[in-house]
Design a protein around this ligand. Structure first.
Ligand code: PMM
Length: 270
């Protein structure tokens, strides 16, 4: 079974929803709608990581996300917090988040791993080579999959040293983070190799630029990006990932159901 993580971006500058859900109430309603559509958990974020995005002071990020996390958790949703800041992670876990989703794998904030170790939350460690402002400057690899696996393994070891045991760790190859489109496709093509490394794998392809580029580039609307994401979700499920992080939960849910029927095995959805 592959879990569906629905995205709630509480930012004014998110490339993917244009800040439509900045208002707390709208973000909460959006999260609950995604749960109704089949999301197993919702990922609340208050800082955009789009290529070229500037960092946001953590207090602003915290003030954006905490009311949304608290309301969704109160309503019974399983909530994850998408942050690179330890203090935001702590505040969100105190408000009810169960998973800390750090795209930097604990590298952006030296306090992150120890902070999460001091809670009972799980952590998703993303493959990351530096801030969004210049992430393509670091997109140099020998064998991209081998390099991603080695660098993720270092982050898992760092988490263990900080006191987070491997069963509380999820890894994410960081599609689009410090990777050019051909490198993203190479990682996706070899997802089974990443899954075989033994950790639960979370994957985020939703609406990303490399999909738009594959569809011809230019101004590809979200509807077409969501259809492309439903395809990557089904293929990722086939590769054995633990969860996919998506904007359009209903489309991904449908894709996983269809893929499950194709297989004839009840293993991707519940
Ligand atoms: N991508 C984005 C943000 N958070 N979290 C994980 N675990 N994996 C990702 O690939 C990821 C992420 C950027 O996309 P968004 O701005 O649409 O949320």
């Amino acid at each position: 079974m592959t879990l569906i993580m629905g995205i709630v971006n509480v930012t004014p500058d998110s490339f993917s929803d244009g800040g439509r859900y900045l208002a707390t109430d709208a973000a909460i309603a959006h999260g609950l709608r995604m749960v109704a559509e089949g999301a197993h958990f919702v990922d609340v974020g208050g800082e955009s990581t789009r290529p070229g995005a500037a960092r946001v002071p953590w207090e602003i990020e915290r003030d954006r996300v905490v009311p949304v996390v608290a309301a969704l958790a109160e309503a019974g949703a399983t909530v994850s917090i998408d942050t690179m800041n330890a203090a935001t992670a702590r505040a969100a876990v105190d408000a009810g988040a169960r998973l800390v989703n750090d795209v930097s794998g604990g590298l952006a904030d030296p306090d992150m791993l120890e902070t999460v170790a001091g809670t009972d939350a799980e952590i998703a460690l993303g493959h990351w080579r530096g801030p969004s402002s210049d992430m393509y400057a670091r997109a140099e690899y020998g064998d991209v999959v081998a390099d991603v696996l080695a660098e993720l393994s270092e982050r898992v070891d760092a988490a263990a040293t900080a006191g987070i045991p491997p069963h509380r760790v999820v890894v994410d190859p960081g599609i689009g983070f410090g990777k050019q489109p051909t490198q993203n496709w190479a990682v996706l093509r070899q997802l089974p190799r990443i899954v075989a490394a033994g950790h639960r794998v979370l994957l985020g392809t939703s609406r990303k630029g490399f999909l738009a580029q594959a569809l011809g580039g230019g101004d590809v609307p979200n509807e077409r990006r969501d259809l492309a994401t439903a395809v990557t979700s089904a293929l990722a499920a086939q590769s054995g990932v633990w969860a996919v992080r998506v904007h359009d939960v209903a489309a991904t849910r449908d894709a996983l159901v269809v893929a499950q029927h194709w297989e004839g095995v009840d293993r991707w959805t519940s």
